[in-house]
Design a protein around this ligand. Sequence first.
Ligand SMILES: Cc1cc2nc3c(=O)[nH]c(=O)nc-3n(C[C@H](O)[C@H](O)[C@H](O)COP(=O)(O)O)c2cc1C
Length: 263
Amino acid sequence: MKILIAYYSRTLTNAEVALLIAEDLIAKGHSVDFEKIEPVKEENRWLLLKRTWMNWPPLFIGLFSNKYRRYFYDNFKHHEMDIKPLAYPDVSEYDRIIVGSPKWVFMSYPVARYIRQVEGLKGKKVGFFSAWCGPPLKNFEVEAIFKPACHRLERRGAKVVSLLGLSSGFHEYHIYSIFNFFSYLRFGHFIDFFTTHSEYGKRNRKLFVDLLLDGNVDMMESKGWRRSYEGYGLPIFADGTSLSTLRPLRRWYSKRILKTDPE
Ligand SMILES: Cc1cc2nc3c(=O)[nH]c(=O)nc-3n(C[C@H](O)[C@H](O)[C@H](O)COP(=O)(O)O)c2cc1C
């Protein structure tokens, strides 16, 4: 198959994932081209953060209400950023397209513009990947990037058949330790467990490539989401809420403080 990997990477962690996916695809005999998405002007990191602030309160409320979260993502208006002219402005000749973006609370702004701008997405089977700093927390991390990305790709006529979310373990704002704490609280593992080169990373990259080549799963159907969560090796995701993050804490409190059996 002829496959295009279009990615943006500001601090190169997503560029590395793009290369690893390309290696896997080439090893299976497919041909790969790269589209390196570049903003016309790289902005200061604090300015970048400021551009999303109006979406933080809804993101926070959405952690506690599935209904509100659905409404929020269905009506979400993504911030975009001007990008340089594309090497492949029309992707119709490709059998599969892969789009990669860092997580900037939601999708990164250059990639949001890319999906709006690129021609030939109609009817294409697409895979979307992202490496972000934290662990795969369902609402705050996984959904906050994949939902806007999938909606936008679908609106352009593409079918999202594969998703990959990994931890880069790097954050420009130096809040890695906060994510590491939540990672242990929620999963009993530190972020290292979910990074690109971990067993988890390798397993999910393989699953991503297999689902992409297969092309038969629609990630926007609940079964698709469920399957992708299972792909993270954490089936509990499918029906876990953000409150389940507190479950290990409650268990620890009952056992150690109340001295009762939590189960
Ligand atoms: C504006 C901005 C917002 C970010 N928001 C998140 C976030 O919500 N969750 C997270 O885990 N990482 C977040 N990050 C960290 C990046 O996703 C992480 O560093 C990623 O590895 C960067 O990818 P890159 O090296 O390909 O540019 C954010 C980074 C920036 C610049």
